[in-house]
Design a protein around this ligand. Structure first.
Ligand code: SF4
Length: 65
């Protein structure tokens, strides 16, 4: 899978449609990692829509704690 490509954009699970990083997975990961967050595709469908990308919310969303 390429880091940047139309296929990635089509497969992207993030619902933040106006983000300029959609389909650019390497930029998306880097952006969120630098903020101690995870990309939207790590979350459940419902969790993704909250736009809370924090590690804490990820653990709660995935019922890890
Ligand atoms: S997860 Fe964040 S950086 Fe990635 S496409 Fe969605 S809003 Fe943009």
């Amino acid at each position: 899978m390429d880091c940047i490509g139309e296929n990635n954009r089509t497969a992207c699970a993030c619902t933040y449609e106006s983000c300029n990083k959609r389909g650019k997975c390497c930029e998306c990961v880097s952006y969120h990692r630098n903020k101690n967050q995870l990309p939207g595709c790590f979350f459940t469908k419902e969790g993704e829509r909250t736009y809370d990308r924090s590690f804490q919310f990820f653990a709660k969303d995935r019922k890890l704690c």
